[in-house]
Design a protein around this ligand. Structure first.
Ligand code: FES
Ligand code: FE2
Length: 431
């Protein structure tokens, strides 16, 4: 064992992916005592704008009230529990329940009840009957929420990962915004397989996605790359890879010079070194928000025409065998419109729900689900030893916080994901 990975490998049993009681426990702990990504402020720019989402099992409305504040409201009437908003998105001053007609303002307050004057006590305190409000926090326009009082402040939850969020979503002075709305699909497979894949699985790229390398889509990334994995005690993680060619550093990002220049002047410490060493970054905001950002200029001539893109997802379990994925593409606000459209196109084409990378990944997630089986092989644990006992690949090419493991292929992040997962689950799951 080498000391860069001295923590014991968590025992990942198949039951974590097949047992309904584990999923119940996840809803009660992982999805309750975490700040969950709900969406982006740029999805609801105007007062009255809203989108509906799910936090674990809870249906929620993310809305912007008349005062401009962002609210995350339990989408459940305080009369009988009916969902008060059925649409995926829209603009409204009131959410009117379809059962008995109680009307809630877009900040959650109960504003009207049919027959209020004649059929209810005039002293009834309606201020207590508003929709339940989640705690809300926002970082670079990413909106997080939690209904739990047990979890600390958002800053504490993000910990050292904030440094990386600043350099991905806060890199451009004008910020980033959603382009093309949210896309939603339901896919086969346990949600954790998806989350851990994004946390650090560089190992599958040349096998599962081999066709993309053969077609030249990955350009020079098909040759030798270097990479590193970063993880934090809160379970957040990212892996980055880059072509080890100093000549490419000045051409980083593939963003138009007119928006790259202000970013250079912003002088965020370490940002250039980090992004220059990251032609592809994929990661996960624990527990369930994968992200990916690419800078394909480093992909070389074969990949000419490709455009940098940034994508964020949320994966939410439906049952142990399936989960819903919400995809967002983000573009710098200040980029030219044509460039923004192209970036969106590549985000959707490469990593959208029906993209060529996604086809490979979703098929593997489905096959994992098919391969887990029932009781026959339930006692065979899954293996997470990749990188243990292997020397590091030299110094990391930047200085950033968290545990940085300078290995291109490593399961350090997945081990950390499950360490944190089991810590929050607070239960030993036997095979
Ligand atoms: S359930 Fe909503 S008004 Fe009765
Ligand atoms: Fe993949």
């Amino acid at each position: 064992m080498i000391d860069h990975d001295a923590a014991p490998t968590p025992l990942v049993t198949r039951r974590l992916y097949t047992d309904e009681s584990v999923l119940e426990r996840e809803f009660a702990t992982i999805f309750t005592d975490s700040w969950l990504l709900v969406g982006f402020e740029s999805e609801i720019p105007e007062p009255g704008d809203y989108v509906t989402r799910r936090m674990g099992r809870d249906p929620v409305i993310m809305s912007r009230s008349e005062s401009g504040d962002v609210h995350v409201l339990h989408n459940s009437c305080t009369h009988r529990g009916t969902q008060v908003c059925k649409a995926a998105f829209g603009n409204t001053a009131n959410f009117r329940c379809g059962y008995h007609g109680w009307a809630f303002a877009n900040d959650g307050r109960l504003r009207g009840m049919p027959g209020r004057r004649t059929n209810y006590d005039p002293d009834l305190d309606v201020s207590k009957l508003g929709l339940k409000q989640a705690r809300v926090g926002s970082v670079h326009g990413l909106v997080f929420a939690t209904f739990s009082d047990r979890v600390g402040e958002l800053d504490e939850f993000l910990g050292d990962y904030r440094w990386y969020l600043d350099r991905i979503f806060g890199f451009f002075p004008g910020g980033m915004e959603v382009h093309g709305g949210a896309h939603r699909v339901v896919i086969r497979g346990n949600w954790k397989i998806h989350a851990e894949n994004f946390s650090g699985d560089g190992y599958h790229l040349r096998i599962a996605h081999r066709t993309m390398f053969d077609l030249g889509v990955m350009g020079e990334q098909a040759g030798a790359t270097k990479g590193f994995c970063v993880s934090t005690p809160q379970g957040h993680a990212l892996r980055a890879q880059y072509v080890d060619d100093p000549a490419l550093v000045d051409t980083v990002f593939g963003y138009p010079e007119e928006i790259l220049e202000p970013a250079r002047r912003k002088d965020l410490p370490g940002a250039m070194e980090f992004r220059a060493a990251s032609s592809v970054i994929h990661g996960v905001l624990f527990p369930n928000a994968p992200l990916i950002t690419t800078a394909p200029v480093q992909f070389g001539e074969d990949a000419t025409g490709q455009t940098a893109f940034t994508q964020v997802r949320v994966v939410t379990p439906i049952d142990v065998h399936s989960h819903e994925v919400t995809y967002w593409s983000l573009v710098p606000k200040d980029a030219p419109e044509e460039w923004r459209r192209k970036s969106y196109l590549y985000s959707v084409r490469q990593h959208g729900a029906a993209s060529y990378f996604e086809a490979d990944d979703l098929e593997n997630f489905r096959r994992i689900d098919a391969g887990l089986g029932g009781s026959g092989g339930a006692d065979v644990p899954l293996n997470y030893d990749l990188g243990i006992g292997v020397p590091l690949g030299g110094e990391a090419p930047f200085t950033g916080p968290g545990t940085v493991v300078s290995q291109d292929f490593s399961e350090a992040n997945q081990r950390n994901f499950y360490r944190r997962y089991l810590e929050v689950l607070d239960e030993v799951v036997a095979p």
